[in-house]
Design a binder for this molecule. Structure first.
Ligand SMILES: [Zn+2]
Length: 198
């Protein structure tokens, strides 16, 4: 079990207002997209060009686009959307909001959770939906089934994603949170990694 006294509301709030962090994550996504572009189309080997689309997450960073690529080859035109450290699948909130608010709400009294939800415009149902997503969809995903082996001792799945945050020591430094978001980034291509097994 995770002891509650090490769950800091302060570090979550700090990150959720950290403009430099938001810029850093955008830059990381820009690097990811350029690397993917340089590899060309995975289907036909054709040239890829940028085909970003509008994506404005709620409750946090003022990002406007999800970086994406399209094949320029006539007859292929395949869209490629590489992993992202900013967006978690199709969720309408930024990935770091889903991670941090879910984690923090596990260690806080209900009235504090309510304050936090109100500050970020997250309703109770959404928070509950995230909780189920971590406990069911995430835990059963092929991504997690493969990735969990790297944690020794094994992570507490009941307290996800708080146990993940503590394992990455995200409260210590900004780049630890970045490491965690990088770790989670494969699930941002949900058609690949989030298929439920069994
Ligand atoms: Zn192509």
């Amino acid at each position: 079990m995770v002891s509650k006294h090490i769950v800091g509301e302060s570090w979550c709030r700090k990150y959720l207002a950290d403009q430099e962090l938001f810029q850093l994550l955008e830059k990381v996504d820009a690097d990811i997209i350029e690397e993917a572009r340089s590899k060309g189309c995975l289907l036909c080997g054709g040239r890829l060009h940028r085909g970003d689309y509008e994506r404005k997450p709620r409750g946090g960073p003022q990002w406007e686009t999800r970086f994406s690529l399209c094949c320029a080859e006539e007859g292929c035109r395949k869209r490629h959307t590489p992993p992202s450290v900013r967006f978690l699948g199709r969720k309408v909130y930024a990935g770091l909001v889903v991670v941090l608010v879910s984690a923090m709400s596990l260690g806080l009294k209900p009235q504090r959770v309510q304050c936090l939800r109100e500050a970020l415009g997250v309703d109770r149902r959404t928070l509950e939906h995230w909780r189920q997503w971590w406990l069911v969809n995430f835990v059963q995903s092929s991504f997690w089934r493969q990735a969990r082996a790297r944690f020794m001792p094994p992570l507490c799945q009941e307290t996800l994603p708080l146990s993940l945050c503590l394992s990455f020591a995200v409260q210590e430094r900004r780049d630890r949170l970045l490491d965690l978001l990088r770790f989670l980034s494969p699930i941002t291509a949900p058609w690949v990694a989030m298929q439920q097994v069994g």
